[in-house]
Design a protein around this ligand. Structure first.
Ligand code: MG
Length: 374
């Protein structure tokens, strides 16, 4: 690790954990958090959860696990360039999607709909709930007892209503203050990762084409550069060379603009960072190009009729699972029944949110198909 800037998060001056623990002799506090995240059951489930494509559609598509690893890789690189705490960004990146439901955004929207009368469902909050409460591995506490800094990074956004119930990590949404630079940059790494891998997966699946993407400036410019340098390159390599240049364009711009913003404000500590507006960001030109890319993906990939068909099935599965369990908590596995006596809707939501894509499909069959062997 390179020398940390004065405004970087510092593992030795962490705001701390809910439950005091002696420090580790071999790892700093953020490395320890990362290790706890990697050993959690929610982390292993990321392998069988997806964002856009459903897990059984093909072996080459990103899963939430490979997505999280890509985010960690980019976040560490950005952190190193800006002299920020790499281990903290890695821990945040690996945990940021732990609360996602099966079936990506369709699953989250469906569960949120089912939970509307019971406080709603939000994957960000659920990620925090997983690391704060739902993981049951340690003798002395529920959850993973992570540092404030990692938990702050996991909670990217949050309504004021929910923030009021969250205590420490909720305060910044009420006071309108900023999180650490490590949390800010991991959020950008997330966005850079998914925009680019969705292009890659979208092209591989045939749902979008290079011709369509040629109308998106960020893609077109980098494609032209590759074509000029390698006029005879086969399609597969052409796409990869273009995407790696897009990622580079975004990462370099983010580092340059953020370093400029930091230099303008000269923050002397992480406490000062929290009082300043968010300093991590793209230049105006790249922010605009990035927005156009997102708009392209929304219209042409996320709302492609083939994706819509899978999403519609996902919504049906999640909704029916919710109703099935809610109407009869006796159908829930034993370990969820005790909590269902206290808060039925939340227990059902926790159970469904924890499912992988394939587990949800199987569970749906077990509940609703008479022939299915239990
Ligand atoms: Mg993500």
């Amino acid at each position: 690790m390179t020398t940390l800037a004065a405004y970087a998060a510092n593992s030795e001056q962490s705001i701390g954990r809910h439950f005091d623990e002696p420090s580790s002799s071999t790892r700093n506090a953020f490395q320890r958090d990362r290790d706890r995240i990697i050993h959690s059951t929610a982390f292993r489930r990321l392998e069988y959860k997806t964002q856009v494509f459903v897990n059984h559609e093909g072996d080459l598509f990103r899963t939430r696990l490979t997505h999280s690893i890509e985010v960690a890789q980019m976040a560490r690189g950005i952190a190193r360039t800006l002299h920020l705490h790499e281990d903290l960004t890695e821990a945040i990146a690996l945990a940021h999607d732990l609360g996602h439901t099966p079936f990506g955004h369709a699953g989250q929207d469906a569960l949120n709909d089912c939970m509307r009368a019971f406080g709603g469902f939000e994957h960000n909050l659920q990620s925090l709930r997983v690391v704060d409460q739902l993981e049951q591995r340690y003798a002395d506490f529920d959850g993973l007892n992570l540092t404030f800094e990692v938990r702050e990074g996991i909670l990217k956004h949050c309504s004021i209503k929910n923030a009021k119930q969250l205590g420490d990590v909720g305060e910044r949404f009420i006071n309108k203050t900023s999180p650490s630079l490590e949390a800010q940059l991991t959020n950008y790494a997330d966005e850079i990762a998914y925009n680019n891998h969705d292009i890659d997966d979208g092209l591989r699946s045939g749902l979008i084409t290079v011709e369509q993407l040629s109308k998106v400036e960020l893609f077109a410019q980098n494609l032209a550069e590759v074509k000029a340098k390698y006029p005879k390159l086969e399609q597969k390599r052409l796409i990869h060379e273009t995407i790696r240049r897009m990622i580079n364009t975004l990462v370099v711009d983010l580092c340059t603009q953020s370093a400029h913003n930091i230099a303008q404000h000269q923050p002397a500590s992480v406490a000062e960072i929290r009082k300043l507006p968010q300093l991590i960001g793209f230049s105006r030109d790249i922010a605009e190009q990035n927005l156009k890319l997102k708009q392209f993906l929304r219209k042409n990939l996320y709302q492609h009729y083939k994706v819509n068909r899978m999403s519609a099935k996902a919504v049906r599965i999640v909704r029916e699972l919710f109703t099935g369990f809610f109407e009869n908590i006796g159908l829930l596995p034993n370990e969820f029944q005790a909590y269902a006596e206290i808060d039925k809707a939340r227990a059902v939501a926790d159970y469904i949110a924890g499912m992988t894509d394939r587990f949800a499909i199987r569970e749906h069959r077990k509940l609703f198909t008479v022939e299915e062997y239990l």
